[in-house]
Design a protein around this ligand. Structure first.
Ligand code: ADE
Length: 230
């Protein structure tokens, strides 16, 4: 097993990198790929940059050039719904790109035209390991469900209400569904683990700055426990 771990921002990966034994650093497409181990597992960890294009380029490099056999995307997200708070964690079960819109041709919002699936399903075994890892860490509140991605930082109550109604989603972010699509096209198992930094409402950008440290702390604790289980 070679596990690829992708985060969009350096601050989302730093705590994991601190604990990894890093043997090699390679730069490709302006991204640094850290090859190393944690808990005797071979890992390639990388900061891909923000947004779907960065995430897609990075995922394809991990698969084609570093031969990863599975990918975990970890980071922060905006929470959707009134019961989810900063610091809570969502284990993704499936991913959708909320900004894909060919509704004029009769497709539902989020459908990638002419693709044989609407959503991208996370790997059952990785979901199971993630949920077991969450179960053991009682102080972190965990949810599982759909995570949606788009090239937009969401800070609008109307928009999250629409997300809830249209997609029945638990969290929104900017990379997961792109990584999911690349994994789907290459038949590579993946899971997305996101901790909540804000509620994607008016003022989300201020909450985001405030809660990022606790969110990253929680997602990293869980990620390390997941890696232990693989
Ligand atoms: N990542 C963290 N918070 C987010 C938000 N509100 N919208 C999009 N991506 C996010």
């Amino acid at each position: 097993m070679i596990l690829g771990i992708v985060s969009a921002m350096q601050e989302e990966l730093d705590l994991l990198l601190k604990d990894m034994t890093i043997n090699e650093e390679t730069k490709k497409a302006n991204m640094t790929f850290y090859k190393g181990t944690l808990d005797n597992k071979d890992i390639i960890a990388v900061v891909c940059g923000i947004g779907k294009v960065n995430a897609a380029v990075c995922s394809q490099i991990l698969i084609s050039e570093f031969n990863v056999t599975s990918i975990i995307n970890v980071g922060v997200a905006g929470g959707i719904g009134k019961d989810i708070y900063p610091g809570d964690v969502v284990v993704g079960t499936n991913l959708v790109q909320h900004d894909m819109d060919t509704t004029v041709f009769g497709d539902p919002h989020g459908q990638i035209p002419r693709l044989d699936t609407f959503d991208f399903k996370c790997d059952e075994a990785l979901i199971k390991a993630s949920l077991e890892a969450c179960e053991e860490i009682k102080e972190i509140n965990t949810f599982s469900g759909r995570i949606i991605s788009g090239d937009q930082f969401i800070s609008s109550v109307e928009k999250i209400q629409w997300f809830e109604k249209e997609f029945n989603a638990m969290a929104c972010e900017m990379e997961g569904a792109s990584i999911a699509q690349v994994c789907y096209l290459n038949n590579i198992p993946f899971v997305v683990i996101r901790s909540i930094s804000d509620n994607a409402n008016n003022g989300a950008h201020m909450d985001y700055e405030k809660f990022i440290p606790i969110a990253v702390r929680n997602s990293t604790i869980l990620l390390k426990n997941i890696i232990r289980k693989l």
